[in-house]
Design a protein around this ligand. Structure first.
Ligand SMILES: C[S@@+](CC[C@H](N)C(=O)[O-])C[C@H]1O[C@@H](n2cnc3c(N)ncnc32)[C@H](O)[C@@H]1O
Length: 261
């Protein structure tokens, strides 16, 4: 086993996998996952809505916006419909770079590297706090003179300082040209999304699991998209971003896609 993997404390990627119905988690992850669900019963719905949003956003970007390069930061453990599977179903030549800093994701990276023969998938073991390193590593696989879809789903919430989170996004989006896109999801306490219940759950998480998490207001979330053109319907519960079934339950997780003009 990778000696960076700790089985005595719950880890985000594994608990997220548990909420999604996956098997790549330990008893400590399941115990904390169940306790968080006790505080915030819709957390499983949030995780599923986030993944469904990923599927719809990547489908739109590959099928309608012509995107052929994807940089997915905060990949998570492999599950159904990973970014490369969704993108390459539409465009087999799509090139995908995954980035995560969790050792358990690294051990499963080979499952993320099953590219269509016409395309490429690469995995980079790096931290979101070091966007310059991510850009340098991505440049080995992606042509940064051509548009890139940068995905940061459920990860800026692990960057505690909002100014730093903004600066990370700015650095990444400065490295890609006009026509590139930013895809974001982020948890919130905003009552309009029913997020009040998240507060106790996050406090519990921060005392019992890792890494520490933070929620953001609509205004803070919007600031990550400054300077980009927001795609319709703008900043919404990720479940309400172009839902395929027309009606879907609001979850306390913002979702949005912006295009670099
Ligand atoms: C909530 S999961 C989301 C996974 C996937 N993006 C999704 O939306 O289903 C967050 C992921 O971000 C990763 N992560 C958290 N902090 C990170 C950091 N500082 N640098 C890189 N990855 C990080 C975790 O290991 C985990 O895989």
């Amino acid at each position: 086993m990778n000696d960076r993997i700790r089985t005595d404390i719950a880890h985000n990627a594994r608990v997220w996998n548990y909420w999604l119905g996956g098997k790549d988690n330990y008893p400590v992850d399941r115990a904390v996952g169940d306790q968080v669900t006790g505080f915030y019963p819709s957390i499983g719905e949030v995780a599923r809505a986030d993944r469904a949003f990923l599927g719809r956003a990547v489908t739109h970007l590959a099928a309608e916006a012509g995107m052929r390069q994807f940089l997915d930061i905060g990949t998570g453990l492999p599950t159904a419909d990973n970014t490369h599977e969704v993108a390459q179903r539409i465009a087999p030549d799509a090139r995908i770079v995954y980035v995560d800093n969790d050792p358990i994701v690294l051990t499963h990276a080979r499952a993320l590297l099953t590219s269509a023969p016409e395309g490429v998938t690469e995995y980079v073991d790096a931290d979101a706090h070091d966007p310059e390193r991510i850009v340098a590593a991505a440049a080995g696989t992606l042509d940064l003179s051509r548009p890139v879809a940068v995905l940061m789903l459920g990860i800026l919430n692990f960057v505690q300082d909002t100014d730093e989170a903004r600066s990370i996004v700015r650095t990444l989006m400065a490295a890609v040209p006009s026509g590139s896109h930013l895809v974001l999801t982020h948890p919130t306490l905003e009552p309009e999304l029913g997020g009040e219940g998240n507060k106790a759950a996050m406090a519990f998480w921060n005392e019992n699991a890792t890494p520490p998490i933070t929620a953001r207001s609509r205004e803070e979330f919007a600031s990550f998209l400054d300077g980009l053109d927001l795609l319709e319907p703008g900043i919404v519960s990720c479940s309400r971003w172009r839902p395929s079934d027309g009606e879907s339950q609001v979850v306390a997780q913002f979702g949005a896609v912006g295009r670099k003009p």
